[in-house]
Ligand binder design. Structure first.
Ligand code: HEC
Ligand code: HEC
Length: 287
């Protein structure tokens, strides 16, 4: 069976049209204003940074969801992702490892993490590379607590990331793309535009060229990550950025990188930068 036959069999007409290069104009999402708990204003659209050629405006994924899904984020009591944040608060205060310390022993309350989510992934001089929040958490566990690293993709680390993220909610995403992070950013950009898999689709083919269009009964967003970690209604757990990337790459019928791989770190930095200026929105809710 040739690749085209597989494409036709496994994918919707829309995807085939995409991979054949049929251009459909990008569609702006309907207007929508997100204010959480009546007081945290979330910027869901912003002029895209100059170094992003393919976008005029950056939009949060929230803008592309149906109003029933959007509503979950209006009040933390209705946001199912908050249960995981509460669980992480318990872990934050729990002593673990040979040094007899908890996160709180050194960082006091999680409020001390305000601003952190907005600037990660970020160049870490000691590590000599760009690191994610997950890396930083595990670095504290292994080198400062004498505890074992959590699996990069575990529920525990996603929930902890949710707790840390919440402290920056409403702040503008502001990852650095220059200086020592530049090389990683370039690598992430390359990955974003690389066509992969039997479908020969890049991230950009879907999330830059076709946002606002329907694909497999879902409205395509720009694939921004200001909302991560995300509570997905279909999974009923918080999803991490790399896990989402993995799912999207797999949908192009390509081999995927693993969560925690340098490729996904680079992609995370690049995708974050496409949404510099959008508010940190996590934990957000999506379908
Ligand atoms: C023994 C003290 C200690 C413990 C325990 C500890 N950390 Fe840290 N942590 C540090 C130090 C020191 C840094 C680097 C300096 C800084 O940014 O505060 C750091 C940095 C971080 C950062 C990056 C912050 C930034 O501004 O870039 C995160 C995220 C983090 N820790 C999370 C945690 C979590 C979650 C736990 C518990 C699982 C934890 N840490 C336990 C001492 C500790
Ligand atoms: C075949 C089309 C397609 C390709 C190619 C694709 N995605 Fe997606 N992606 C989707 C669909 C469909 C969704 C769910 C609806 C949405 O949020 O866009 C999604 C969702 C996402 C989300 C969640 C956005 C949010 O706000 O929750 C991110 C992030 C994402 N994609 C990133 C990527 C990256 C990075 C790549 C390239 C490695 C990629 N996608 C490739 C179709 C695609």
């Amino acid at each position: 069976m040739n690749a085209n036959a597989i494409k036709a069999m496994l994918t919707s007409a829309a995807v085939v049209a995409l991979s054949c290069g049929a251009a459909v104009a990008e569609q702006e999402p309907a207007p929508g204003v997100l204010v959480i708990n009546g007081d945290i204003e979330i910027t869901t659209e912003v002029k895209a940074p100059d170094y992003i050629d393919g976008l005029d405006m950056a939009y949060s994924g929230w803008r592309f969801r149906a109003s029933e899904t959007q509503a979950f984020e209006l009040d933390d009591f209705d946001n199912p992702g908050m249960i995981f944040v509460e669980e992480a608060q318990v872990v934050w205060d729990t002593v673990d490892g040979s040094e007899g310390k908890s996160c709180a022993s050194c960082h006091d309350g999680p409020e001390s993490m305000k601003g952190v989510r907005a600037v990660y992934p970020k160049w870490n001089e000691a590590a000599g590379k760009v690191t994610t929040i997950e890396d930083e958490i595990n670095n504290c566990r292994t080198t400062r607590m004498g505890a074992e690293a959590w699996d990069y993709n575990s529920d525990t680390i996603r929930s902890m990331n949710g707790l840390i993220t919440l402290q920056s909610r409403g702040m503008p995403v502001n990852v650095a793309v220059d200086g020592p992070a530049k090389e990683t950013w370039e690598k992430g950009k390359e990955l974003y535009y690389a066509r992969t898999g039997q479908l020969e689709l890049s991230c950009a083919n879907c999330h830059e060229d076709h946002y606002g269009d329907l694909i497999r009964a879902e409205v395509l967003s720009q694939g921004q990550i200001n909302g991560f970690p995300v509570y997905r209604l279909k999974d009923s757990v918080l999803t991490g950025v790399h896990n989402r990337f993995k799912g999207c790459v797999r949908d192009t019928r390509a081999e995927t990188y693993s969560p925690g791989s340098d490729e996904f770190r680079a992609l995370e930095l690049y995708v974050s930068s496409r949404g510099n200026g959008l508010s940190v929105e996590g934990p957000s809710v999506r379908n």
